[in-house]
Design a protein around this ligand. Structure first.
Ligand SMILES: [Zn+2]
Length: 69
């Protein structure tokens, strides 16, 4: 589990955690996406409360597929 100290949400994976953070590292302006923004980005909240990416099996193209190729 990856619990964010900023928004308190739980993330299924580090990559899911990373993708809910937005803004510039250099400007120290990293902030969390809202739940609505995460949903718009294609993330889902699982029954146990943790957020994850929608998998390819669900028919939605996941940006994580880029890592595989
Ligand atoms: Zn957060």
């Amino acid at each position: 589990m990856n619990i964010c100290s900023g928004c308190g949400n739980n993330f299924h994976s580090v990559s899911a955690f990373d993708s809910h953070r937005t803004g510039s590292y250099h400007k120290k302006a990293r902030t969390c996406l809202t739940e609505v923004e995460m949903l718009q980005k294609g993330m889902i909240q699982q029954k146990n409360g943790s957020w994850s990416h929608v998998g390819p099996k669900d028919g939605i193209v996941a940006w994580e597929k880029e890592v595989e190729s």
